[in-house]
Design a protein. Sequence first.
Length: 237
Amino acid sequence: MLDRVRIGVRRGAMDEIDGIAIPPEGPGLCGRRADTIAIVPQGNAALLQMAEQTGDLIALCGANGELTYLNPAGRRLIGIADADIFPMRLSDYVVPQQRWRVDAEIVPTARAQGVWEGEMQLVNLQDDRIIDVLRSTFATRDEQGNVAGFVSVMRDITPIRAEQARLRDLAKSLEQQVRARTIALHRATERLAVEAKRREAMQTAHLQSQKLEAVGQLTSGIAHDFNNILGAVIGGF
């Protein structure tokens, strides 16, 4: 269970949370107005320091889904300047076509089971860039066991998805090349088979021609010899 403390953000002031100095602009803080507040964990300086330094998005929301804390990595990911403090809801930085999942899927699951885990897409509010994230949303409860808010941790997996897409495209391209080469090889094999049959037929015809020529020569020789013999016989009479 998280105890919470309200930290006033005042220009020119410097607040401390368990010995950790928070600049006047309150990096990573997100509250209702520029002169009010962020709700942050109390009594655990290491936890706050981790949230401020991690490369993953970490967001705290009230039970109504309104953001009360967004760490620097989260601000960079969704395109919010460190000095910007304005009301945001849990679903504001989700792509429009997936926002329904927050209230219909993520929040109910986190309330009932304590945690929701899955993939979804965020949108950078400055350049409209789509970001694939692996998201875990946990419900936090008060002493009576009622849901007091939600903690969301999100990791940018856009480079992983981009690499997977590149590998899929490469595999598809290689598959197409293999298919094309296979078709070309099949056609070449067919042409070779046709050529082999043609040459076999020509060779058979040539052999047959040679046989006929040999038979003709033999017949001619026999006829010549027969004529010579016949001439000698006739001449003897």
